[in-house]
Design a protein around this ligand. Structure first.
Ligand SMILES: [Mn+2]
Length: 450
């Protein structure tokens, strides 16, 4: 007689019959029983070894205290049997070293989830960063993956997900490139109340720093948006076994998409990111990962989509240039243009891409000129400035921070880097905020001359 305790981690159906795989965290055992069991069931088996596996005479479903004990045992067996790398592979700076315990703990959770056959749902943000991260995670963990274009995980989202996988085996939800900002607290609270476990991999500013389920570089730095969620997911997937070359290739595109230089990325990465952003803005929800993958693999399709995406940016940039206003303060040239009517919210091309294109054109015309370029819609204001404008002491991030303070009633958020930034204004107040940014920039530029 042989006895085994563990979790049903696989069920195989054939010819109207089924057999099971049980894991105790050390090994996996095929067994047969007449008792009907489900994925994730915690069971105690007794039986004899037979051809192909254990013939269980007794298969008892264990619940309550004993179940918790067995589950903890299985988890600790997996933990002990798993060799995790000792340090990050893609980025090794101080912030990522501080984030490393959270990154490897998350990777371990995913490894355990896979071994236990947990029912995992991945919700990824619908842009190049989120999609690349989703490619990485789904390559190491089978999950149902869905695109989400809002960065806020709402009560509605939570209810939908509870309904979708709440009844399945030890459900786990992974939110990627969304979910940590304060506006998500209610939705997440509901998920947890519904018994759904949730892991969040994100790089948006957040305040719930005591929440151990949130992996977010803002825990350790205020200048953390450059550690993109897609990059973090690649680092995690690499711990879970994704090959270094694949992890790095995906992380480059993710970073390119979010204008981050933590990993060096080039023109090819930018092109891939553009195609993913373009696709994601046309296919707004559902499981599109397979489709995206196909496009990336088919050269001809990829090139023609890249061409189309690029053409529409060029066309929109042309329209923006025809509306351009120019002002000069000392050495600094400030260019502004409204994007109203050129940009349609949620559609291609977005205001950031158009503004960048106008900026690229202006910079190509006069490479050494200090230029601040501002494109704006009713709510969003995009800032780009040239290297020589930065040398005058200007910073897009500073400008954003200043109006956040001086126009607190009209500005919802903003930030960025030295040469690129964005500000979100309350509906209808973008023009006022743009004027204030211009005044700040002029003051900064003339301050330097004095
Ligand atoms: Mn992102």
């Amino acid at each position: 007689m042989m006895a085994l305790e563990g979790i049903v981690s696989r069920i195989r159906y054939y010819h109207g019959k089924r057999d099971y795989v049980l894991t105790d965290g050390k090994g996996e055992y095929t067994f047969f029983t007449d008792t009907v069991l489900h994925m994730g069931s915690c069971v105690a088996l007794e039986g004899e070894m037979a051809v192909g596996g254990l013939r269980a005479e007794k298969a008892e479903i264990v619940t309550g205290e004993k179940e918790r004990g067995i589950l903890e045992n299985v988890r600790s067996n997996i933990r002990e049997g798993t060799n995790l790398p000792k340090e990050p592979a893609l980025v090794k700076d101080e912030v990522i070293r501080m984030l490393w315990p959270a990154l490897s703990a998350t990777a371990l959770e995913l490894i355990i989830a896979k071994r236990l056959g947990r029912s995992v749902m991945l919700r990824f943000h619908g842009d190049a960063d989120g999609i690349c991260g989703a490619f990485a995670i789904t390559s190491v963990l089978p999950c149902k993956a869905f695109q989400q274009n809002s960065a806020i995980y709402s009560v509605k989202d939570a209810l939908r997900d509870i309904q979708a996988i709440g009844q399945e085996s030890r459900p786990l939800i992974v939110l990627l490139d969304l979910g940590s900002s304060d506006g998500c607290a209610e939705g997440l609270g509901l998920l947890r109340a519904g018994g759904l476990d949730c892991i969040i991999i994100d790089h948006h500013p957040f305040s719930r720093k005591d929440d151990s389920r949130i992996v977010n570089p803002f825990s350790f730095s205020d200048n953390a948006s450059k550690y993109t969620a897609g990059y973090l997911a690649c680092e995690i997937a690499h711990i879970c076994g994704l090959e270094m070359a694949k992890a790095e290739a995906l992380a480059k595109v993710a970073c390119s998409g979010d204008k981050s230089d933590i990993i060096q990325n080039g023109l090819e990465d930018a092109k891939k990111a553009m195609v993913l952003d373009f696709l994601a803005s046309h296919v707004s929800f559902g499981n599109n990962l397979d489709f995206y993958k196909k496009v990336m693999e088919k050269d001809e399709l990829f090139s023609s989509i890249a061409q189309q995406a690029d053409d529409s940016i060029r066309e929109a940039a042309g329209k923006a240039i025809s509306r351009m206003k120019k002002s000069e303060t000392g050495q600094l040239t400030i260019i502004t243009f409204p994007l109203e009517g050129i940009v349609i919210k949620g559609e291609w091309p977005p205001s950031s891409k158009i503004t960048t294109r106008v900026y690229d054109i202006l910079r190509a015309e006069s490479p050494d000129k200090p230029i601040l370029c501002i494109g704006y819609t009713e709510r969003s204001i995009i800032l780009r400035l040239t290297e020589s404008a930065a040398l005058l002491g200007l910073s897009a991030n500073d400008l954003a921070e200043r109006v956040k303070k001086s126009m607190a009633d009209f500005v919802e958020g903003g930030g960025g880097h030295v040469k690129a930034g964005a500000v979100r204004a309350k509906e209808g107040f973008a023009k006022e905020v743009v004027n204030e940014i211009i005044r700040e920039a002029q003051a900064a530029a003339s301050g330097i001359r004095r």
